[in-house]
Design a protein around this ligand. Structure first.
Ligand code: ATP
Length: 506
């Protein structure tokens, strides 16, 4: 695995996985572009998730809902009121900070001073943040008197009182900018699932329990985007809302925790690198009955959330439904006089309409990609003393499955045969097969190690049956196949390649 974020950032840029967004104009903070290899890796991760959660189950439907949503969706979901992080301004340098990040970035002795000022245990970070939020005036005094600095510039601040900062991106819809013609870029894909609950039920005749899965972009105006693609403003999520009968929710919650851990394992992110955080009651989001955060041990950052698995009770459907008072809701929801739909489904036993409970496994694609990259990253010292960097992706995630390399690029027969082999393998539908005719075989191997290509196939003069007199004519129509991990090379018949590769990449 990688030992630092820096080595990942550098590899990603060098080999074309990830670039800074809007880079040629100085870059835009919190936005990244996925390059030629990044887009393949990302697509492969999403495809693996979809396969496992939609195709391989019998209780799931898919959805792709729109990114811009009606303001009333985000009002009734609770996001207008509560989707905010507390921020403080430094009056000295006019910079803005997310309060918890600012405090987390301080040295232990400064943190202890802040905690002492607020009268809480410095070991209990969530309690400290809660106290700072609860008493804004005291908080700014605590920051000032404790000598809290900007972790990057080192400057001591003159701090304002913390204020909530709503993280939703708001945008104008249509040509007339009146008071009501605005919408929001969704801050999570989940809301599109809840608002389509009735459409999906009516069009598929699903009964409880069943889920709806969606992969897509979400947007959060993070106060301090940082740590490469770990915390960005435009992110992608893979989310499931699994609807079940109230009372069965805790079992389903356990089911999904287990399912998700084994999925991560299958992507090369082992359980031993994930800690399960049973989120303490006082830190739960406004909708949650109980949440497990899966914390992955990121290089440099340490344990940070890669996925949240929340029991959202009947909060969401209950918030978006009409006729709330008739429905015996368990969650405390705000009154809704705007919705035109009753979001119920027949109870599997009584057939009476019920608002189901929801279990939500929600994973970030960008954070997944970072973890997969980090686990695949390997530095090896070879027998000849040279060092090689190799990305040991699981084959189904590798951006390029096979590189077909003609030994010399100025020999048309070699290049033509290599192209033919490439085209034939491409037809198998395994993912990207690359014709690599850059000419230098050593460089090609090094490049494909660094981007994690499982197999390199080399077409040489023996393949054409054109070697010197003493060469072995039995090698005609065979190629060399090099294994990324073992570095073993074997000679295979071209006619056997398809079957061999298919078996290896399954
Ligand atoms: P954090 O506490 O790290 O801000 P969160 O608890 O707000 O995350 P959720 O609202 O639970 O995150 O979102 C579900 C998932 O979406 C997270 O587990 C994470 O993988 C991903 N995610 C959330 N915010 C971001 C972001 N700014 N950048 C990248 N991924 C994100």
């Amino acid at each position: 695995p990688a030992t630092s974020m820096e080595e990942l950032v550098s590899l990603c840029k060098r080999r074309g996985f990830i670039f800074q967004g809007s880079e040629i104009y100085g870059g835009l903070q919190g936005f990244y572009d996925y390059g030629p290899l990044g887009v393949e890796l990302k697509n492969n991760i999403k495809a693996a998730w979809w396969r496992s959660n939609v195709y391989e189950r019998d209780d799931m439907e898919g959805l792709d809902s729109s990114i811009i949503m009606h303001r009333l969706v985000l009002r009734h979901s609770g996001h207008e009121a509560t989707f905010s992080d507390p921020m403080v301004d430094n009056k000295k340098n006019n910079k803005r900070y997310r309060l918890d990040h600012l405090v987390k970035d301080q040295k232990a002795d400064v943190q202890a001073k802040v905690a002492a000022h607020m009268g809480v245990d410095p070991e209990n970070f969530p309690a400290l943040v809660a106290a700072l939020n609860a008493e804004p005036a005291k908080a700014s005094e605590a920051l000032r008197t404790s000598g809290v600095r900007d972790a990057f510039s080192g400057e001591i601040g003159d701090w304002t009182e913390p204020k909530p900062f709503n993280m939703m991106f708001k945008t104008t819809i249509g040509p007339v900018a009146d008071e009501e013609s605005y919408g929001y870029l969704r801050p999570e894909t989940a809301q599109g699932i809840f608002t389509n609950f009735k459409n999906v039920v009516d069009s598929t005749s699903r009964r409880l329990p069943f889920g709806i899965a969606q992969i897509g972009k979400a947007f959060r105006n993070e106060i301090t985007p940082r740590n490469f693609i770990f915390r960005v403003r435009e992110l992608e999520q893979m989310e499931i809302e699994f609807f079940c009968t109230p009372g069965t929710d805790e079992d389903w919650h356990a089911h999904w925790l287990e399912k998700r851990l084994s999925w991560w394992e299958a992507q090369g992110v082992p359980r031993s690198k994930i800690e399960i955080l049973d989120v303490p009651k006082e830190d739960l989001a406004h909708y949650s009955k109980r949440t497990y955060d899966l914390m992955y041990d990121y290089p440099t950052l340490g344990y940070e959330e890669i996925e949240g698995i929340a029991n959202r009770s009947d909060y969401d459907l209950g918030s978006h439904t009409k006729s709330q008072s008739e429905l015996n809701l368990v969650a405390r929801v705000s009154e809704n006089n705007d919705s035109i739909a009753k979001l119920t489904i027949p109870h599997p036993e009584t057939n009476k309409p019920v608002v189901p409970f929801v279990i939500e496994p929600s994973a970030g694609v960008d954070r997944a990609l970072l973890a997969v990259l980090s686990e695949a990253f390997t530095k090896e010292t070879l027998e000849n003393g040279n060092e090689r960097i190799v990305l040991k992706f699981k084959p189904h995630l590798a951006p390029i499955k096979v590189a077909v390399i003609p030994l010399a690029r100025n020999k048309p027969e070699l290049v033509e045969l290599a192209r033919q082999i490439k085209n034939d393998l491409q037809k198998l539908g395994l993912g990207r097969i690359l014709l690599e005719d850059s000419g230098n075989i050593g460089k090609a191997y090094r490049r494909h190690d660094e981007v994690g290509t499982p197999y390199c196939i080399t077409v040489d003069f023996d393949t054409l049956g054109q070697s010197n007199e003493d060469s072995d004519v039995s090698l005609k129509d065979t190629v060399t196949v090099r294994d990324r991990d073992t570095l073993q090379q074997e000679r295979l018949k071209i006619s056997e390649l398809a079957e061999w590769i298919q078996a290896k990449l399954k």
